[in-house]
Design a binder for this molecule. Structure first.
Ligand SMILES: *Cc1c(COP(=O)(O)O)cnc(C)c1O
Length: 380
């Protein structure tokens, strides 16, 4: 049985992107493999990234971290978003670093450490202006002083201090300097409380590639790892990244229609002239997002064919004009093209849908088969 669509993931591209980014930033790299590796498959992406020299893995949640361990991956791993009643004992036992943003979480982590008889390794997160997770400046002194107290008692080891940036993908952002200054102040407060973190980190992909003063000891790389330019091609440089995912399918029905034919629900689209319509068995449940309808195109028959009519849950229709398309013809929804009128890219889909490339990648549905190229060869 074959799936109606597949996401072909080139692990060679992932490995190449790690090397490319490492050569630009010159620090250690954390491969961010949250949300199943942005939809690419967390375990194979993690292996490829580690094989190419990434030293760390980053995930959002405890189940994601434990899934990496269950797959036999022992590399240093940080998990950063937790409920206070999460199973911190499981993370400590698995040797996963725990991102801690509140004293509520710190006390719970230390309780788990004492129950287990093993110190927890934590990385304290400061809020430097994003106003999401991380301790606010007013709460930071209390968090670091509790952490130091527990460190002296043996309940925790504070390995890292870190934060996250709000708009590093905006070239010349005026907020960035303020966040860096707030981060340096948070570090000063942590050190004056007696902490001596080995690992200080702030940058995501965009910051790592464009703002040297955000690099510190380690850069946390998400989007760029998957080969997508965080600046959408309009930023400070050509980084030589290669998109790892190709979303592809095949034509499952073809029909010649006259002018005036209504296409899909509504119909919101009526043909203006006789044309050939190709039915594609991918819809919004597969990641072909409904919001891109009316703007998006796919690669079919050696050119771009627009998606016409409303995108449905399971299918959509491409207008092939007078191209001689046939049932079974291959279709690329997006891939590693350069956005130059060739195969559409994730960045273009994001623009068509009015969202970011992260949402397009993580929206590729569970029933789309993942096919990993170069699996196991990335170590060489
Ligand atoms: C998702 C995430 C990243 C990766 O961000 P990119 O912009 O995709 O590189 C880095 N750090 C944290 C805390 C994240 O949540």
């Amino acid at each position: 049985m074959s799936a109606l669509a597949e996401a072909v993931v080139d692990l060679g591209a992932i490995a190449g992107n790690v090397r490319t980014i490492a050569s630009v930033v010159g620090t250690g790299l954390m491969a961010v493999v949250k949300a199943d590796g942005f939809g690419h498959g967390a375990v194979p992406v993690a292996r490829a990234a580690l094989g190419a020299g990434a030293g760390w893995l980053g995930v959002t949640s405890a189940p994601e971290a434990l899934a990496l361990r269950a797959a036999g991956i022992t590399a240093p791993t940080l998990s950063w978003l937790h409920r206070p009643d999460d199973d911190f004992g499981a993370l400590i036992a698995a040797g996963v670093d725990i991102g801690v943003s509140t004293t509520t979480h710190l006390h719970a982590v230390v309780d788990a450490a004492y129950r287990l008889g093993l110190p927890a390794v934590v990385q304290l997160k400061a809020d430097t202006g994003l106003s999401r997770n991380g301790a606010a400046g007013s709460d930071w002194p209390e968090l670091v002083s509790w952490a130091r107290k527990y460190e002296v008692e043996g309940g925790v080891r504070v390995r890292g201090v870190w934060s996250h940036l709000a708009d590093a993908d905006v070239p010349g952002s005026p907020r960035l300097a303020g966040q860096v200054a707030a981060f340096e102040e948070a570090l000063r407060v942590a050190r004056s409380a007696g902490l001596d973190p080995d690992l200080v980190h702030l940058a995501n992909s965009a910051a790592a590639l464009s703002a040297p003063r955000t690099r510190f000891d380690l850069c946390r790389i998400g989007l760029a790892l998957y080969g997508v330019d965080p600046f959408g091609g309009t930023g400070p440089g050509e980084f030589g990244l290669r998109a790892a995912m190709t979303l592809r399918t095949t034509v499952v029905n073809v029909k010649r229609v006259p002018a005036g034919a209504g296409v899909s629900y509504g119909p919101e689209y009526v043909t203006a002239a006789p044309t050939t319509l190709a039915l594609l068995p991918v819809g919004y449940a597969d990641g072909v997002t409904r919001a891109a309808g009316g703007r998006a195109a796919v690669w079919l028959g050696g050119r771009r064919c627009p998606i016409v009519g409303r995108v449905a849950m399971d299918q959509c229709v491409a207008d092939a004009g007078d191209l001689p398309v046939a049932i079974g013809d291959p279709v690329v929804v997006f891939g590693p093209g350069q956005g130059d009128g060739g195969q559409p890219t994730v960045a273009e889909w994001a623009r068509w849908a009015g969202t970011n490339p992260h949402e397009i990648l993580t929206g590729v549905g569970a029933r789309v088969a993942r096919d990993h190229l170069h699996e196991g060869t990335e170590m060489s």
